[in-house]
Design a protein. Structure first.
Length: 305
């Protein structure tokens, strides 16, 4: 069945889902309700924070019968929420995020050891800063005013906005989009914009949650990547399809490792535990970093076709 435009509890207003073009990946018209909305209150910018931990809360998810892509059609374009986003907890974990950036960039360096790098969805410039330390000429772009201000404090350049952007001077040897494509309502257009600013021999670096991973299957609707900000759910097949349509061909696949402060990790684990089994945060846990790879995200590098 084709979903209808309706008034929703998300915002209390009439939303206009992107229905006229069908599936966001393949354009298929047979879209079926896969999962009802779990959102009970009106949306704010905070619902879209990078560190949001309301796992399992999403807008209604629709599934394409043709390619099996899953998308949140009723939420509309969340760009204005991202413009107003403030996420102080993200900055509190900056040291661990630098470790993640370093590990990903070490892989990137095997394919492009130098050159101009653009980080799309750069947040507060952590990847940009780490790339500069590793010898790249790097800058970023992000829609959040607050995150761009934090990048300025790091003395790295992160433009306010999204692609295409008038101040972005292509071509770039590397364009990165780490955990970004699942946030956009037009993933094909998003990837085409990346392809447009790439040099002919440039590479795109993409990380995205895998909705068909073992972790996603085990945790079901409580999987940590089911959250308000994630409105498109890819697997390897749908990601490959949309990359090809955008003129990109994967040349590397992997699984990224994330790094967490132990107390933060305990806090997130406790979400899944009954109260009598929950673990207490400890002062002496501060400063302890835990690497975590549950193989539920796809990390790929692609080149122009």
């Amino acid at each position: 069945m084709t979903p209808k435009i309706k008034k929703t509890a998300l915002t209390g207003r009439v939303v206009t889902p992107v229905l006229k073009n069908g599936c966001w990946v393949c354009g298929g018209k047979d879209l079926n309700l896969f999962r009802k909305s779990k959102i009970k209150t009106g949306l704010t910018a905070q619902c879209f924070s990078i560190t949001d931990n309301h796992y399992g809360e999403t807008s209604a998810i629709y599934r394409c019968s043709s390619c099996d892509f899953r998308m949140c059609l009723e939420i509309g374009d969340p760009l204005n929420f991202y413009k107003d986003l403030v996420d102080e907890q993200y900055e509190m974990e900056a040291e661990n995020r630098f470790l993640q950036a370093s590990q990903i960039l070490k892989v990137v360096r095997r394919f492009k050891p130098e050159g101009r790098l653009l980080d799309v969805g750069a947040a507060s410039g952590i990847f940009v800063s780490q790339a500069i330390k590793m010898g790249y000429s790097a800058e970023g772009i992000d829609p959040s005013d607050w995150l761009c201000e934090q990048a300025g404090k790091r003395q790295v350049k992160v433009y306010k906005g999204v692609l295409p952007h008038p101040d972005i001077q292509n071509p770039y040897d590397i364009v990165m989009a780490i955990d970004v494509i699942e946030h956009v309502p037009k993933p094909l257009s998003f990837l085409k914009d990346i392809t447009e600013v790439l040099a002919d021999d440039g590479i795109a670096v993409i990380v995205a949650p895998n909705v068909k991973s073992l972790a996603a299957k085990i945790f079901g609707r409580h999987w940590w990547h089911y959250r308000v900000a994630h409105i498109g759910y890819f697997d390897k097949s749908t990601l490959n399809f949309v990359l090809k349509e955008a003129g990109l061909q994967p040349i590397f696949y992997g699984y990224p490792t994330w790094y967490f402060g132990l107390n933060l990790l305990i806090e997130r684990i406790n979400i899944y535990l009954p109260k009598f089994l929950q673990i207490k945060r400890r002062k002496f846990f501060e400063g302890i970093t835990v690497p975590l790879n549950l193989y539920d995200s796809i990390f790929l590098i692609a080149r122009k076709i």
